[in-house]
Design a protein around this ligand. Structure first.
Ligand SMILES: *Cc1c(COP(=O)(O)O)cnc(C)c1O
Length: 386
């Protein structure tokens, strides 16, 4: 771990392995039939990995469209030169319609007021605004109620400034095998699409599968799959692990900025929640803290890897830094082989030698999901693309 590139002004960074991202994207492209589109979800700055760079890599590996969560995320992608279709996954505030038209972003639509305002903005610019109808089939988050979908379409369809480019829903339990709620949602979705088509309405691209759906439910790929977490090399659940080979894209590393041997009994960090228990324990500092996405609840309860061996993090994690203990005489199987030095590379997420800490391990310690772990590390750390 000596030849790694790190930022000049701060010894902490997120490494984004674009080759792994390309291989993951290609693996999904391979699972999706030719003729079915792949929408790559790059919301929240590509789950913390950097949306513009990731979108370009995904495009080269087979992405047809992109999805974001907010209008600002869509605008940022356009300004970065991404010219392919972009869907905003929920209906933004009505004041955004001008921006949506200007930047050619497709919103999810589920209210008539919003749709008509969008149509007006488009017509005023001599354009046609493409949108995707979002249908709530049971997750109770966004979308038109399934019983109201046909009426909504009939209310807005006259507008010459509007074009329905897609009809979609989102599953609450796509990662569960043989799930009754999933079957119910799928059934409701198909009924809505049939009713719309039966009324002579164009539905555009019909889509519902997220990552677990794409892997576990190929029978409902329909016209497009919306793939997110899997592209970043992480599994949404244990159920998908046997079905597709993925490589984690993000590593999180820092360098030791200070290392010393405190006296026995010395405290470490705010509140002195750790005290040096014996001689020859080295305490080292790394400039990564909870403002960088290292959740404070991990304090005194996580490992880091240095020189291919694990060490315990000790003391309360600070806003911008944390400390860890090095005990070369430890009885633990994975103790480091030598004391650390100023500048040594420390791995929080990723591999070093034979040791590996995955986002799943950290998520387990935090009682959350890998999605949140990688999003959090996207907050402030500089990204280095490899
Ligand atoms: C986030 C999101 C996705 C992608 O989900 P993954 O589980 O990351 O694949 C797909 N569709 C919608 C509507 C989403 O909000």
């Amino acid at each position: 771990m000596d030849k790694v590139v790190s930022p000049q002004d701060r010894w902490s960074w997120v490494e984004v392995n674009l080759a792994a991202l390309r291989r993951n994207t290609a693996a999904f492209r391979h699972q999706i039939a030719r003729g079915v589109q792949m929408m790559c979800v790059v919301k929240a700055d590509a789950y913390g990995h950097g949306a513009a760079a990731c979108a370009k890599t995904m495009r080269a590996a087979g992405a047809d469209q992109f999805a974001v969560a907010t209008v600002a995320e869509g605008v940022a992608l356009r300004r970065a030169g991404i010219s392919w279709p972009i869907l905003v996954l929920s209906e933004p505030p009505v004041d955004c319609v001008g921006t949506l038209v200007e930047y050619d972003l497709m919103p999810a639509v589920y209210t008539a007021d919003f749709a008509l305002a969008l149509g007006e903005a488009a017509a005023a610019a001599n354009r046609v605004a493409r949108y995707h109808l979002a249908v709530d089939t049971g997750m109770t988050r966004i979308g038109v109620r399934r019983s109201d979908a046909l009426e909504l379409r009939r209310t807005i369809d006259f507008h010459r400034g509007l074009e329905c480019a897609g009809t979609f829903t989102h599953f609450a339990t796509a990662d569960v095998l043989d799930d009754w709620d999933f079957a119910l949602q799928l059934n409701r979705f198909q009924e809505v699409v049939s009713a719309l088509r039966g009324a002579g309405l164009e539905c555009g691209l019909v889509h519902c599968d997220n990552t677990p759906g794409t892997i576990l439910h190929p029978e409902c790929h329909f016209d497009m799959c919306r793939v997110g977490i899997g592209l970043y090399g992480l599994h949404p659940a244990e159920t998908t692990m046997p079905r597709i080979q993925l490589e984690p894209v993000m590593s999180v590393r820092g360098r030791v900025t200070r290392a010393l041997y405190p006296s026995v009994g010395d405290g470490v960090g705010y509140g002195m929640t750790y005290r040096v228990p014996k001689q020859n324990i080295q305490i080292a500092t790394v400039p990564i803290g909870y403002a960088d996405g290292l959740a404070r609840e991990l304090s005194n309860n996580m490992d880091v890897i240095v020189g291919g061996g694990r060490c315990r993090q000790v003391g309360s994690i600070c806003m911008d830094q944390f400390m860890f203990a090095v005990d070369v005489n430890s009885a633990r199987a994975y103790r480091p082989s030598r004391p650390v030095e100023y500048g040594d590379v420390v791995t929080l997420i990723g591999a070093d030698g034979d040791e590996l800490i995955g986002a799943d391990e950290m998520a387990g310690l935090r009682n959350t999901i890998n999605y949140e772990v990688v999003c959090d590390f996207g907050m402030r750390l500089e990204k280095i693309y490899t």
